[in-house]
Design a protein around this ligand. Structure first.
Ligand SMILES: [Zn+2]
Length: 124
């Protein structure tokens, strides 16, 4: 298994664990190489997409927060005005940031145990 495929497998295992902790369905997970973002969440496919160049705990928790919001129906209710705001000022983004910050310490050991690296520092 390639190093990247191995990292993807471990990250999926980590997300399975977090999903089970929260008692929710596990989102799909996919690695990609977007030019300018660390990751995003696709609410229709219920999929977390991670930039394989910078996989880290903070990003995974942030995108998982969007999965929880999606399951609560929050993302479907986001208004046009909300999307017109600067990214960081959107309410659901503030919440996702808060979630990642709140759970980062809690999940640090689990992340290290399962994924083994602080970030996906893979060779280019
Ligand atoms: Zn976000």
């Amino acid at each position: 298994m390639s190093e990247l495929a191995e990292l993807e497998r471990k990250v999926k295992e980590f997300i399975n664990k977090v999903s089970s902790d929260f008692g929710v369905s596990t989102p799909k997970v996919r690695f990609a190489r977007p030019a300018d973002v660390a990751g995003w969440y696709d609410e229709y496919g219920k999929e977390i997409v991670l930039n394989s160049e910078c996989v880290n705990l903070g990003t995974v928790l942030h995108e998982f927060a969007h999965h929880l919001q999606n399951l609560r129906g929050v993302l479907a209710r986001v208004s046009r005005e909300e999307f017109g705001k600067v990214h960081c000022e959107r309410g659901f983004e503030r919440e996702a940031k808060g979630f990642a910050a709140a759970y980062q310490d809690f999940y640090r050991d689990t992340w290290k145990k399962i994924v083994g690296v602080e970030s996906g520092a893979l060779p280019r």
